[in-house]
Design a protein around this ligand. Structure first.
Ligand code: NAD
Length: 329
């Protein structure tokens, strides 16, 4: 089967080329994202391989279905960018990589948290300029703090275990509490209680209509003064406008984000020679207590290897008529 791979970067090409040993599985790489403007590139292909910021809305899905696309393979876990009813209506199978390395994302959340808590991003720059002063680098311990985890699936659980290792108190909220975490002594509480008691809130739920803007001005009012918020899940879990107000007021003391509401216009691109038109990210970057990374939580060798292998298996299984557990419906 010929697969058009969209939003390709050098590492996608490297890893897929390394693991694709089947000559019948021909992967053609496009740097462009898949959306309505690029849908005509799918002519002559049986399937498409996409990532987090490709936009598979109903219109795009109708267009690629007309071109004969029967399979969408996502090289990620989240599928909020795919209109599933539209895919179903056109008889297109959607398969994803449900777990490629939960620890990769959980560890990145910890990296954001520790950098903010200990100001290592500032210390790094200071020491490079031979400024060895400790003035204003005062941080705080994670040990003994209350960490609120929203969403305790694979990544949330990995994060929770690391937090227990730090000696933190962990509160969790999920529609489906995990028995494994309860057995470790983690308390599941209502969302309002978690928000009110947590020193650090880390978001690990998917983006759904229910979780969109789960961090908003109402919720922020009930959070601790100076709370730290970490978001490695999806940008729109946070209402960025509300968060900017809370940062200005000092209500949010620290913000670490690996995802951003309007990231598709920015992330995964080198815009260092461009005038960035997005006012909100500019404002966010101006705060000394905000740390932004450009959706790199997944970006480890272990995860890229697993993403390639599972994606290639998803394609092979589809061709063999095997409905595997990675099918999204
Ligand atoms: P998962 O499906 O294993 O876990 C998600 C958990 O969220 C589940 O336990 C589910 O019950 C819970 N949940 C769903 N709706 C909820 C709600 N309304 N309130 C509270 N909890 C709710 O997913 P995962 O593998 O742990 O991934 C979590 C998210 O991380 C993904 O959806 C994706 O958005 C994000 N992610 C980010 C990166 C990155 O590079 N930054 C990489 C992979 C995944």
């Amino acid at each position: 089967m010929r697969i058009a791979v969209f939003s390709t970067k050098s590492y996608d090409r490297d890893y897929f080329s390394r693991y694709n040993t089947n000559p019948a599985q021909e992967l053609v790489f496009f740097e462009a994202p898949l959306n309505m403007q690029t849908a005509n590139l799918t002519q002559g292909f049986g399937g498409v391989c996409v990532f987090v910021n490709d936009k598979l809305d109903a219109e795009t899905i109708a267009a690629i279905a007309t071109n004969g696309i029967k399979l969408i393979v996502l090289r990620c876990a989240g599928f909020n960018n795919v209109d599933l009813p539209a895919a179903k209506a056109h008889g297109i199978s959607v398969r994803r990589v449900p777990a490629y390395s939960p620890e990769a994302v959980a560890e990145h959340a910890v990296a954001l948290m520790l950098t903010l808590a200990r100001k290592t991003h500032k210390a790094y720059n200071r020491v490079r300029e031979q400024n060895f002063s400790l003035e204003r680098l005062n941080g705080f311990n994670i040990h003994g703090r209350t960490i609120g985890i929203i969403g305790t699936g694979k990544i949330g659980q990995a994060f929770a275990r690391i937090m227990l290792g730090f000696g933190a108190k962990v509160l969790a909220y999920d529609l489906y509490p995990s028995d494994a975490l309860k057995a470790l002594g983690i308390a599941y509480v209502e969302l309002d209680q978690l928000m009110a008691e947590a020193d650090i809130v880390s978001l690990h739920c998917p983006l759904t209509p229910e979780t969109k803007y789960i961090i908003n001005s109402d919720r922020l009012q009930h959070m601790k003064q100076g709370v730290m918020i970490i978001n490695t899940s999806r940008g729109a879990l946070i209402n960025t406008k509300d968060v900017l107000v809370a940062l200005k007021q000092g209500k949010i003391g620290y913000l670490g984000i690996d995802v951003y509401e309007q990231e598709e216009k920015l992330f995964f691109k080198d815009l260092s020679e461009s005038i960035v038109q997005d006012e909100m990210i500019g404002r966010l970057m101006s705060f000394p207590n905000v740390l932004i990374t450009a959706h790199q939580g997944f970006f480890t060798h272990e995860a890229l290897e697993q993403i390639s292998l599972v994606t290639l298996t998803n394609i092979r299984d589809f061709e063999a008529g095997v409905v595997n557990s990675n099918e999204v419906s």
